[in-house]
Design a protein around this ligand. Structure first.
Ligand code: ATP
Ligand code: MG
Length: 353
């Protein structure tokens, strides 16, 4: 029996509604593969921020650094500015635990309607590799002359050789395990310092990964191509900001943000990685038991894969595909009438077959 300790941060809104689905799936598939999961729950959230003034305790990172992985539901609250949850929880964990790869797989499943008529089931299977700890999301900059005619704001983006190289290497390695195609997102025509540096480093690393065919696209043209011809992409590597935008765009192309997962990976494994569905706390549907649990369930598959249980991970993905293709059970966001629990039960049933 192999044991894993998982830190669970269910968070806000639908977060606590979808994380039980991920846990149930882990337990079910774990039983079959001789893996036991132990969960420690942490109430870090906007709820906590509203009562205690901080998203998490000051020594929060210390409390979860020994865990094998972190399972996150969602954080957000209409009464709390987005930057609070981002800078008070997500970014400290991503940076503190050197989770420099943000991995977002995107697929069009049979049985899920993509908003694109031409995106046939199975035709879209891509992964966005987003740089997760530096780049455009920096605290360097400031505001000058508030309220005056000359008022200005400056925001610096910081790209380092080490930071870009390691995420680009990860993306090339991933492409080599898949269909050996890599696209790098750039904007070196308009952003004249950081993006040419990014391009140079991608070209440099390409030389070390000869088996992968690669190209570079400006982010604006790339967004258009992901909509027009999503099937031509395999792995896309992008900076923090561009990757953020691209992965939501690609998830929408695939038929809904309720399905899409994301992994914040520390490939060196010196700290735990964090797994979360890409959707937010969805305050508009929270508390009604109708949230789509598939994003959280697919997230569990990524967690399994990261912990070395590739076969178990594949079984979870197959169960998702089987429920979508073979049954009418779906939550309202996918056009059905099932609640979160019923949809989860259908996945668990498919897993046990
Ligand atoms: P946050 O600030 O927490 O990111 P948000 O409102 O910006 O929240 P989401 O929470 O992702 O973003 O919600 C966007 C829309 O997608 C909402 O209408 C929400 O109801 C819907 N949605 C998000 N996740 C799900 C889900 N798992 N199941 C069903 N609908 C969802
Ligand atoms: Mg949001």
């Amino acid at each position: 029996m192999q044991n894993h300790r998982i830190a669970v941060i269910a968070g806000d809104g639908i977060g606590p509604e979808v994380t039980p689905a991920a846990r149930a799936v882990l337990d079910t598939v774990g039983t079959r593969h001789g893996i036991a999961f132990r969960y420690d729950e942490f109430d870090w959230s906007c709820k906590r921020y509203l009562t205690e003034g901080a998203m998490m305790p000051e020594r929060g990172l210390e409390m979860i650094r020994q865990h094998d992985a972190i399972l996150l539901g969602a954080v957000g609250d209409p009464g709390v500015p987005d930057h609070v949850s981002l800078w008070g929880l997500l970014i400290p964990i991503r940076r503190g635990f050197r989770q420099y790869v943000n991995l977002r797989p995107i697929k069009v499943f049979d049985g899920v309607e993509s908003p694109l008529r031409h995106a046939a089931p199975g035709s879209v299977d891509l992964v966005v590799v987003r740089e997760n700890v530096e780049g455009e999301y920096s605290e360097i900059g400031g505001r000058l002359g508030r309220g005056q005619a000359e008022e200005m704001a400056v925001q610096e983006a910081v790209f380092t050789r080490q930071g870009v190289t390691r995420v680009v290497d990860y993306a090339f390695d991933l492409a080599a395990q898949r269909r050996s195609r890599l696209t790098s997102a750039t904007k070196s025509n308009g952003i004249v310092h950081t993006m040419p540096f990014w391009d140079e480093l991608v070209a440099e690393r390409a030389a070390a990964h000869q088996g992968v065919v690669w190209d570079s696209e400006h982010i604006d043209a790339l967004c258009a191509k992901v909509v027009l011809e999503p099937s031509r992409f395999d792995v896309i590597v992008a900076s923090n900001l561009f990757g953020d935008i691209l992965s939501d765009l690609a998830a929408a192309v695939a038929g809904g943000i309720g399905i899409a997962p994301c992994a914040n990976l520390n490939p060196q494994r010196d700290f735990p990685s964090m797994f979360e569905p890409i959707h937010g706390s969805a305050p508009d549907i929270a508390g009604r038991g109708v949230a789509n649990p598939l994003g959280a369930v697919w997230t569990a598959a990524m967690l399994l894969d990261h912990l070395g249980h590739g076969e178990a991970a594949a079984e979870v993905e197959d169960a998702i595909a089987a429920v979508l293709a073979g049954t009418p059970v779906r939550t309202p966001d996918l056009g059905g009438t099932a609640g979160t629990e019923e949809f989860t039960k259908a996945v668990l049933a498919a897993l046990s077959r």
